[in-house]
Structure formats: structure tokens, C-alpha cells
Write a protein that binds this ligand. Structure first.
Ligand SMILES: Nc1ncnc2c1ncn2[C@@H]1O[C@H](COP(=O)(O)OP(=O)(O)OP(=O)(O)O)[C@@H](O)[C@H]1O
Length: 217
């Protein structure tokens, strides 16, 4: 379980969120929504180990998570171009993140709805949506325990969003805990097992979709 305990996050001396307690369990998808600028990305980055907390701690299976990011918690960003090395083909970018010796390219590409023929292109030779799907494969071949998705569908068309969301659901079904940050409330309500909202500098339950199991935060 990935947990925040009395976590305060922000920038410099400015706290955005205070005393956040949050549990992300294996196999569940938790939506996180809130007004622009309220601190969703800042919180996700802290949970991923990409930024230190101002106070409190992040625990991984009950133990303080390593100070440096490791493969157990992976973050996917709104813009995959920022996270991709422009000198590497999609195939190479994915290969260097894989945990196993062999990658079943056909299976992964089918899972992410990514044409196999694009694998030997550079990032600048594919569209944003195609690159986002490749970024997702790259994150998942590392078999992370937790996947933190930050607005990863906001620049995608409905069909690509559906493909991405299905792949994320597949990762959760395989046991990953997913934090899905998004402004798209209908999508988050339909897709997530529970939804949290940033309000009054804290993280609160937004409500639980009736078709999903009830899990407390
Ligand atoms: N590196 C930084 N240094 C100082 N302030 C920052 C930094 N990054 C973000 N901020 C500020 O922190 C606040 C929260 O930013 P953050 O990106 O976490 O919000 P968000 O909820 O993800 O917003 P959005 O929904 O618009 O993506 C904003 O006011 C932003 O300007």
C-alpha cells in the first residue's frame, strides 16, 4: 500500500495541502480532482518521490519510501514529450524500463492500442496520443506497484482516451494501485473505484460511484 501520513506539500515555504492522509491500495483506481492550481500535481510528485514533502511522510507497505524514486512507483504525465528522451526510438525507451529479459511487443502494443510499426520511430515522428500510449507501455513494462497518472488523457481524443483508460484498468486488474489525476469529472466518476477531491487545502472523498466497491480513504 502507498500511503501519505500527515503529509504537507507545497513549494518553498508555501504549503498547498496540509495533513493529508491517503491510502492507495494494490488493484484500486483512485481518482483525484480539484480546481486548477490546487496542488494535484504537487501531491502526485511527492507520492512518486519526485519532490520532498514539507512535512509528514510517504510510506510504501508501511515503511518510509526510498528518498530517490525507484521502479515501484511510476508517474505518467500530461505531456509525454517532457518525459521522453527525443534521441531514443519508442522501442528503445520501452526496452530500458523493462524488468523482464524479453518484451512481448505484439501483446503490449495490442494492450495499449499502439501500432507495432511505430516502435522504431523517434518521439517527434509520432503524435501526442501515440506517444502517450508508448509512455504508458514504458511505465507498465517496469511492472510498477503504483502508477500515478497526472492528467494523462487531457490532450487525447475520446477513442485514445478509451484505449488509455482500458490499459490503466488492466494494470489495476493485474494488481497495480493507480492514482488518476484528472479534471474530467464524468470520466473519473465512471472509471475510478473511488474519487477524492482537493478542497480547503486537504484531500476529501468526493463520493463513490455506485457501480464500484466502497473503499475508505
Ligand atoms: N516549481 C514550483 N515552484 C513554485 N510554485 C509552483 C511550482 N510548481 C507549481 N507551483 C504552484 O503550485 C500550485 C499548485 O500547482 P500544481 O501543478 O500542483 O496544481 P494542479 O492542481 O496540478 O493544477 P492543474 O490542474 O492546473 O494542473 C500552483 O499555484 C502553481 O503555480
Amino acid at each position: 500500500m502507498l500511503s501519505a501520513r500527515s503529509l504537507t506539500v507545497g513549494h518553498g515555504r508555501t504549503a498547498l495541502l496540509r495533513d493529508v492522509d491517503l491510502d492507495l491500495r494494490p488493484g484500486e483506481i483512485v481518482g483525484l480532482t480539484g480546481a486548477s492550481g490546487c496542488g494535484k500535481t504537487t501531491l502526485a510528485r511527492c507520492l512518486a518521490g519526485l519532490a520532498p514533502p514539507l512535512n509528514g511522510e510517504v510510506l510504501l507497505d508501511g515503511l518510509p519510501r526510498p528518498k530517490r524514486p525507484d521502479g515501484r512507483v511510476t508517474m505518467l504525465f500530461q505531456s509525454p514529450r517532457r518525459a521522453c528522451d527525443p534521441r531514443l526510438t519508442l522501442r528503445r525507451s520501452i526496452e530500458i524500463c523493462a524488468t523482464g529479459p524479453e518484451i512481448d511487443w505484439d501483446a503490449w502494443c495490442a494492450k495499449a492500442d499502439l501500432p507495432v510499426g511505430l516502435l522504431d520511430r523517434l518521439p517527434q515522428q509520432v503524435s501526442d496520443g501515440q506517444l502517450q500510449r508508448a509512455a504508458m507501455v514504458r511505465a507498465l513494462v517496469g511492472e510498477p506497484g503504483y502508477l500515478l497518472c497526472d492528467e494523462m488523457t487531457s490532450a487525447l481524443d475520446p477513442a485514445t482516451t478509451a484505449a488509455v483508460v482500458a490499459t490503466v484498468r488492466g494494470a489495476a486488474d493485474d494488481g497495480a494501485g493507480v492514482l488518476f489525476v484528472s479534471h474530467d469529472l464524468p470520466l473519473v466518476r465512471a472509471f475510478c473505484d473511488r474519487v477524492l477531491e482537493i478542497r480547503d487545502a486537504g484531500v476529501k472523498p468526493l463520493g463513490t460511484p455506485s457501480t464500484r466497491k466502497v473503499v475508505s480513504s
